[in-house]
Design a protein around this ligand. Structure first.
Ligand SMILES: C[S@@+](CC[C@H](N)C(=O)[O-])C[C@H]1O[C@@H](n2cnc3c(N)ncnc32)[C@H](O)[C@@H]1O
Length: 248
C-alpha cells in the first residue's frame, strides 16, 4: 500500500486533533499540563513563531498576553482549524520558512522536528529567522525503552507518513547544537503521556475518573522526571536553546 505524504497525512489527521486529541477532557488535561510545562522554560515576549502550529492549540495558552504570535504549517486543513484560535497564519514548509532573517524573538516547535523529512534543515531555518540571542523551544520524540516499540507499531498506521521518526536525544542535540547553545534538556512523559493521544489509542475511555486519574499520573510523572537514569526513559523531551551570536 502506498504511504501518504506528510501533507495528506496531516490533512487527514487534523479533524482527529480537533475532535479527539484536544477535545476529550482527559487528553486535554494532559496537553494543558504539557503546554504550561513547556512555556515555563521560555520568556514569552516579542514576536513568536509557532512552527508547525497544527490546529493552533499553543495560541490558546498565550491568549491575553501582549504578544504577536504567528503560526506556520504545511497542512491547509490544520490551518483551517487554527484559524479559530490564531489570526496570523502562514501556509509554508518549516524546512524553507517564508520569513526574513532574524524576524522572531522566540520559536516554538511542538512535535514538529520528527515530522520533517530533514530535521537538520528545520533547525537551521529556525536559527536563520531568530534574532541573535533569541530563544527556541522544541518538544520532540525521545527514543527510549518505553517509546521504541509502540512508536514503531504506530508508524504503520494511517496517522503517520513515511517521514515520521522516533528521534533519539543524541541526534536532536547534535543538530540543535550546530546553531544553538542548549540551555535545558527536560525528559518528560511516562505513565500519563499515552492518555494525551486518544486519536491513536484511546486509553482514557477505560480509565475510571479519567480526568482526576490523569492528574494523579501527571504528578507521578513529575516525580519520575527527577529520578536519575529512570527519567531518561521518557516518551518525549523538551529542549530550550538560545541562538548562537556567531553562526558557523
Ligand atoms: C504532531 S503535529 C503538532 C501540531 C501542533 N504543534 C501541536 O502541538 O498540536 C505536527 C505538525 O507539523 C506540521 N508539519 C509537518 N511537516 C511540516 C513541514 N515540513 N512544514 C511545516 N509544518 C509541518 C503538521 O502539519 C502538523 O500540524
Amino acid at each position: 500500500m502506498k504511504k501518504r505524504t506528510e501533507i495528506s497525512t496531516q490533512d487527514y489527521v487534523a479533524e482527529y486533533y480537533e475532535e479527539q486529541r484536544y477535545h476529550k477532557p482527559y487528553a486535554r488535561c494532559y496537553h494543558d499540563w504539557w503546554t504550561q510545562k513547556m512555556l515555563s522554560f521560555v520568556s514569552c515576549r516579542g514576536r513568536i513563531l509557532d512552527n508547525g502550529c497544527g490546529t493552533g492549540i499553543l495560541c490558546e495558552a498565550l491568549l491575553g498576553k501582549e504578544l504577536e504570535v504567528v503560526g506556520v504549517d504545511i497542512s491547509f486543513k490544520m490551518l483551517v482549524y487554527a484559524r479559530k484560535r490564531m489570526q496570523r497564519l502562514v501556509l509554508g514548509d518549516s524546512q524553507r520558512l517564508p520569513f526574513a532573517d532574524g524576524a522572531f524573538d522566540l520559536i516554538v516547535g511542538r512535535s514538529l522536528l520528527h515530522h520533517l523529512h530533514n530535521p537538520a534543515h528545520g533547525v537551521a531555518e529556525m536559527a536563520r529567522i531568530l534574532r541573535a540571542g533569541g530563544e527556541m523551544l522544541v518538544v520532540d520524540t525521545h527514543r527510549s525503552l518505553i517509546s521504541a516499540i509502540p512508536r514503531l507499531m504506530a508508524n504503520r498506521g494511517k496517522h503517520f507518513s513515511e517521514d515520521h521518526k522516533n528521534m533519539a536525544l543524541l541526534e536532536l542535540v547534535r543538530i540543535i547544537g550546530r546553531h544553538f547553545i542548549i540551555d535545558t534538556i527536560h525528559c518528560f512523559g511516562y505513565l500519563a503521556y499515552p492518555i494525551g493521544f486518544p486519536d491513536i489509542i484511546d486509553i482514557g475511555k477505560y480509565l475510571p475518573f479519567a480526568v482526576p486519574m490523569t492528574k494523579i499520573l501527571i504528578k507521578i510523572d513529575e516525580l519520575i522526571a527527577h529520578i536519575p537514569l529512570l527519567k531518561t526513559q521518557s516518551w518525549g523531551v523538551m529542549i530550550k536553546a538560545t541562538k548562537r551570536e556567531n553562526l558557523p
